[in-house]
Design a protein around this ligand. Structure first.
Ligand code: NAD
Ligand code: TYD
Length: 410
């Protein structure tokens, strides 16, 4: 029989490095040895229960696992020996099964082509696999597309999340108590729900009021509110993560970093919006996936966790760094790629600055980013330059059409 312990599904043990007092403040007092000893003892007692869960082969239902962050997460999780994942993805322009081709067929992994808004399909998957957790990535995710056509964003991010929550609630309510207690619904969200910061404002914390400015941000904010309400009203054990801008392998080249790498490679113009001084807080995708895994296993149901890289940079600096790296790795005779930088018309309603205060997840769950921006961006540039087949695959047909329309007349 499974017991009601935090869902673990394959990880080993807690790694408490920071002591937290009742006011949630960091404290480096004289008693950590005793405290750590106590934690270790209690962990030794609960660990067998986690093993029981693993032995039962608790599956994670991942939505949007063929996209940028989702596929990195699936690959990372599948490294665990007892991992079992069902990946539900609609395969929109942003979903790509090539990302997952390194997974050995049949070893605890199943792909399902479908829409999170298809309630019959979701119900069937929940009944068949009885997942111990759902990790919900599926979304329309590009701000510029949301400005040109917000409808898909409402359909997937709001209606789709609602449908998923409704089916999850029905399924979860009927589970035996132990499974109900250990179940988790983790909703992956963004820093953009908090709006825009002034130059001297403190970073967004979990208590910053929501003020979404783009249709994308508004649709994600709506989904966050639904998730919150399902915990508050029905007791569904939800977790929400709000993360800053990610970069790394498999990101669709409509987003700043891969777009600039590929344009620089091909000696094409590098379109910087406005004055190039908008600031984003960049996080390497593997660190984000690691944070999600941490929240899934150690997070407190009903809580939200901000995730960020402590790495604020103006766009122009990012683009210059990319130019220099591409020059270094793939030199050209016509001069520095920086000469390709072209300032273009600004994005409407362009948020000036995002920055995340990620102290809560560090203090309470022991997570912090491992990659530095220098190491992460170098690896990312190298990956895009070395994976020609992947790039060719995603930059055909509809991608070319998007680029031609979006940057027309710039
Ligand atoms: P992405 O656009 O690369 O991937 C989205 C995936 O969802 C694709 O595989 C797509 O096919 C799938 N999908 C879309 N609609 C679907 C539907 N109706 N049913 C099933 N699958 C569907 O997105 P991403 O950058 O990997 O982002 C993943 C999640 O993380 C999103 O919820 C996004 O809001 C959030 N997020 C992204 C970032 C970032 O910098 N990329 C930062 C913070 C949070
Ligand atoms: P993006 O990657 O679209 O992420 P988000 O809008 O979610 O932050 O854009 C990152 C920043 O880069 C944002 O300030 C807009 C800017 N940007 C450009 O200057 N030029 C571009 O061609 C793109 C796609 C983005």
């Amino acid at each position: 029989m499974a017991r009601a312990e935090p869902w673990n599904g394959g990880r080993d043990s807690f790694d408490f490095r920071t002591i937290v007092d009742s006011k949630n403040e960091r404290r480096d007092g004289p008693k950590p040895v005793l405290f750590l000893f106590t934690i270790k003892c209690s962990l030794a007692m609960v660990e067998p229960c986690w093993r029981e869960h693993i032995a039962m082969g608790k599956t994670i239902l991942v939505t949007g696992g063929a996209g940028f962050i989702g596929s990195n997460f699936v690959l990372q999780e599948m490294q665990g020996e007892s991992a079992s994942i069902v990946n539900l993805d609609k395969l929109t322009y942003a979903g790509n099964l090539r990302n997952l081709e390194s997974l050995a067929a049949g070893r605890g992994y199943e792909f399902v082509h479908g829409d999170i808004g298809d309630r019959g399909l979701v119900r069937q998957l929940l009944d068949k696999h009885r997942p111990g957790a759902i990790v919900h990535f599926a979304a329309e995710s590009h701000v510029d597309r949301s400005i040109r056509g917000p409808e898909d964003f409402i359909r997937t991010n709001v209606d789709g999340t609602f449908a998923l929550l409704e089916e999850t609630r029905a399924h979860w309510s009927a589970l035996p108590e132990a499974e109900r207690k250990s179940f988790r619904f983790l909703h992956v969200s963004t820093d953009e729900v908090y709006g825009s910061l002034g130059p001297d404002d403190p970073p967004f914390s979990e208590t910053t009021p929501y003020a979404p400015n783009s249709p994308y941000a508004a649709s994600k904010a709506a989904s966050d509110h639904l998730v919150r309400a399902y915990h508050h009203t029905y007791g569904l054990p939800t977790l929400t993560t709000n993360c800053s801008n990610n970069y790394g392998r498999f990101q669709f080249p409509e987003k700043l970093i891969p777009l600039m790498i590929l344009n620089a490679r091909d000696s094409k113009a590098l379109p910087v919006y406005g004055d190039g001084k908008n600031v984003r807080d960049w996080l390497y995708v593997e660190d984000h996936c690691d944070a999600i895994a941490t929240v899934l296993r150690r997070g407190q149901p009903g809580e939200t966790y901000n995730i960020g890289g402590w790495n604020e940079k103006p766009n122009i600096e990012i683009v210059q760094t990319i130019c220099d790296l591409v020059d270094e790795i793939a030199p050209r005779t016509e001069g520095s790629r920086r000469e390709l930088i072209t300032y273009v018309k600004d994005r409407p309603g362009h948020d000036r600055r995002y920055a995340m205060d990620a102290r809560k997840i560090e203090r309470e769950l022991g997570w912090k980013p491992k990659a530095t921006f220098e190491s992460g961006i170098r690896q990312t540039v190298r990956w895009y330059l070395e994976n020609e087949a992947w790039v060719r695959d995603v930059t055909s047909g509809s991608y070319r059409q998007w680029v031609a329309t979006h940057y027309a007349g710039q």
